[in-house]
Design a protein around this ligand. Structure first.
Ligand code: KE4
Length: 426
């Protein structure tokens, strides 16, 4: 008997490329049939076959409060009744801008968009327009959305200019992006020594979450700040994932490094399409209609999406919110690590605030190369064992995972118990 998920997946592939609207959802790296979700509540989701799962993806980060939080749903319903969109300024956008600039001191001005990709694409164009330079530096393993300048892989040598990592990206555009190694301060210094006058911006995930989770060395973040300051390059912290996820002031608050521009997404939309880029007024003043750098969007600052984001951000201000979230996330990573070690499975895990990494290697990786040494088959075996037991992790080894405020101790304990059984049968 073919399952409802399989029926839907077969039907979906008729008119949607790969049957999905974003590639990672297709289960291609883990194998099997993607789960079509029909409902979410708190820490749980239910799929088309009526199977219920503890959810550790949380829509890839936005659902820090869990699914269908009453305050968020109420705010969206109230906004919806007043109309869906105006294409004109609304008070809620001003409230959102004021709140973001209050929460992140590095934001003097901010522009709302509809996705993280739009935020990073716009921030890069702004940095190039502000500096009059073309060269962008990014780091291997970091993902910043799918705009052309970011779909670039490392050149033949460390300091050579980039090559397209996707079809459709012109080589003569990709050569304006240089790809360096994450956490490699020496490589960064060498790039500045050779190209300083051409570098418009450096964009970095201050805690990397797209090569699984890799934490930054403080010295690396300090070198980024110091070199960008010295050479007049714009330091862009891509906090689409880490913003209000790893702490109340994002990664910039956690590590005490002030970027020139910050990009945001995910949590600030609470599950609805909201992105943002912002930073020093001197730089933001170059954005249209004030300055020569063009950027626009039909649904930018959409009042229904902003209502979801505002309701979410306001909940995060509750006393002890982040302490509780970090404790619950550590309960998961510590529990999984102990279960694996009790059963002799090479495994490590770590948490930063409400996001975590799981690695089928004995030590937590500190670089892209070390992430690549993880046992992918072991991850896939773990993924499916946990999925069958009702615990939904990211369907790809190179993704971070997320815990929400709705995950109770009992949910985490059930996940750890399920992992114990998976590791015992290893
Ligand atoms: P979106 O365009 O997907 O809203 O944001 C792009 C983006 C930018 N910067 C960072 C640090 C990000 O993590 C992302 C998107 N993250 C992925 C998860 N690895 C979204 C999931 C997907 O692509 O389907």
């Amino acid at each position: 008997m073919i399952s409802r998920n399989q029926q839907l997946f077969e039907r979906a592939q008729k008119h949607i490329p790969g049957g999905v609207n974003s590639p990672v959802r297709a289960f291609r790296s883990v194998g099997g049939t993607p789960r079509f979700f029909v409902a979410g509540s708190g820490a749980h989701v239910t799929d088309a076959d009526g199977r219920r799962y503890v959810d550790y993806v949380g829509s890839w980060g936005p659902l820090i409060l869990g699914h269908a939080h009453p305050a968020v749903i109420a705010a969206v319903q109230e906004a919806t009744l007043k109309g869906l969109s105006f294409g004109a300024p609304t008070e809620s956008e001003v409230d959102m801008a004021d709140l973001l600039c209050e929460l992140l001191p590095s934001l003097e001005m901010v522009r709302l968009v509809s996705s993280g990709t739009e935020a990073t694409m716009s921030a890069i164009r702004l940095a190039r327009g502000y500096t009059g330079r073309d060269l962008l530096i990014k780091f291997e393993g970091c993902y910043h959305g799918h705009s052309d300048s970011l779909l670039v892989k490392a050149g033949s040598g460390l300091l050579t200019l980039g090559n397209p990592s996707s079809a459709g990206v012109p080589a003569d555009l990709a050569q304006h992006t240089m790809v360096l190694d994450y956490n490699d301060s020496a490589g960064l210094a060498a790039a500045f020594a050779e190209h300083a006058a051409q570098i418009a911006a450096v964009i970095v995930e201050p805690v990397a979450g797209n090569m699984n989770l890799v934490t930054p060395r403080l010295q690396f973040l300090q070198a980024l700040r110091e070199l960008c300051t010295r050479h007049g390059a714009v330091l862009i912290f891509d906090e689409v994932m880490t913003g209000f996820r790893v702490g109340p002031r994002g990664a910039q608050g956690l590590y005490g490094i002030t970027p020139d521009l910050t990009t945001l997404g995910k949590v600030i939309g609470g599950g609805m399409p909201v992105g943002a880029f912002g930073g020093r007024a001197e730089i933001m003043g170059k954005i249209a209609p004030l300055g020569p750098v063009y950027q626009a969007g039909t649904l930018s600052g959409n009042p229904v999406a902003v209502a979801a984001g505002l309701a979410t951000l306001r909940q995060l201000r509750a006393a002890g919110f982040y302490e509780e979230l970090a404790q619950r996330t550590r309960q998961l990573t510590d529990g999984l690590q102990a279960a694996a070690h009790r059963n002799g499975v090479p495994f490590s895990a770590q948490a930063v605030g409400g996001m975590f990494g799981l690695y089928f290697r004995s030590e937590c990786p500190q670089s892209y190369a070390e992430v690549m040494s993880c046992d992918l088959q072991a991850f896939n075996r773990f993924f499916h064992g946990m999925l069958d037991a009702g615990h939904y992790f990211a369907p790809a080894a190179f993704e971070a995972g997320f815990v929400s405020a709705a995950h109770a101790e009992a949910d985490i304990a059930a996940t750890v118990a399920a992992a114990e059984a998976v590791f015992k049968a290893w």
